[in-house]
Design a protein around this ligand. Structure first.
Ligand SMILES: NC(=O)c1ccc[n+]([C@@H]2O[C@H](COP(=O)([O-])OP(=O)(O)OC[C@H]3O[C@@H](n4cnc5c(N)ncnc54)[C@H](OP(=O)(O)O)[C@@H]3O)[C@@H](O)[C@H]2O)c1
Length: 267
């Protein structure tokens, strides 16, 4: 991108003509991320395992630039096939958001080896697999934006006091350990790819409990009280950060981890 081509703030943040991939893009946060990129003008492919969940999540939107692409992030061949299929349609892959995750087990003292490995696979190894598979496409076009989704729990420990009355919401140890790995992986690939026109950044959401967890009013009150802003986040409040890292507005920023957490990690 030539600096002289930036002639207005709108074009700086515009994703017109860009092709974006969002893993888990029909989930609680993924839906807002997908909508943000689509509203900024990108052709957005939601990568997931259920076309029905895609339809359910976006049935009201009817945006012409939203598509479903089957992809299982646990399976390298499935990731490679998904990326190739989208590339065949558009001859480019501009933006990859590594948002999907899977995990199992919760008790810090009783995770089995299988649960530990599954959680690390679903939060860290899967991100590496997606980065590895997108690199050839982005290198060939000498441009790209990779945005990883980590978590405030990749940076700070859960405060165990807030789970006393809501043990079901306790955040397990392999989740944060893997997310911390995602923050480091971001820095590694940011530097590795820096001269190929590819930026790699990370966004760490804070407390964005899904509607199910929000049923537990006592727990939500604990989250509100603990947070400097005094409230939980709404998924739409992530849109700006993702469009920023996906767009020319962040052309000289790479290797960063942006906390979107209402101040949670600031004190
Ligand atoms: N919500 C929060 O408060 C919060 C806070 C910090 C960080 N985060 C991070 O934000 C991201 C999104 O979380 P969320 O709260 O939106 O969770 P979510 O609603 O459960 O979304 C997770 C998504 O990942 C997909 N997925 C799971 N396994 C997959 C696989 N093997 N292949 C492809 N897709 C798969 C799920 O699809 P299926 O439904 O088909 O399984 C779902 O769409 C995660 O990385 C999470 O760690 C969330």
């Amino acid at each position: 991108m030539e600096y002289s081509m930036i002639n207005s703030l709108n074009s700086l943040f515009s994703l017109q003509g860009k092709v974006a991939l969002v893993t888990g893009g029909y989930g609680h946060l993924g839906s807002a991320i997908t909508m943000g990129l689509a509203e900024a003008g990108a052709e957005v492919y939601v990568l997931g395992r259920s076309q029905q969940k895609f339809k359910d999540a976006f049935q009201k939107e009817k945006l012409p630039n939203l598509y479903f692409q089957h992809c299982d992030i646990a399976d390298s061949a499935s990731i490679a096939r998904a990326f190739q299929e989208v590339h065949t349609q558009h001859q480019r892959l501009d933006i990859l958001v590594n948002n999907a995750f899977y995990s199992a087990g919760q008790n810090p003292e009783q995770l089995t080896d299988e649960q530990w490995a599954f959680g690390i696979d679903g939060n860290l190894n899967s991100v590496y697999r997606c980065i590895r598979e997108v690199i050839p496409f982005m290198k060939a076009q000498q441009s790209g934006r990779i945005i990883n989704v980590a978590s405030m729990y990749g940076v700070v420990s859960p405060d165990f006091n807030i789970y006393e009355e809501s043990p079901a919401s306790l955040n397990p140890p392999h989740y944060g350990a893997a997310k911390a790995g995602v923050v480091q992986l971001t820095k590694y690939f940011a530097c590795y790819l820096a001269q190929q026109g590819i930026t790699v950044n990370c966004i760490s959401p804070g407390p964005f409990p899904n509607p199910n967890v929000q049923q537990d009013e006592v727990f939500i009150e604990q989250l509100n009280r603990k947070n400097p802003m005094g409230r939980i986040g709404q998924p739409e409040e992530l849109k700006g950060a993702f469009v920023f890292f996906a767009s020319d507005a962040s052309s000289y920023i790479t290797g960063q981890n942006l906390m979107v957490d209402g101040g949670w990690t600031a004190w």
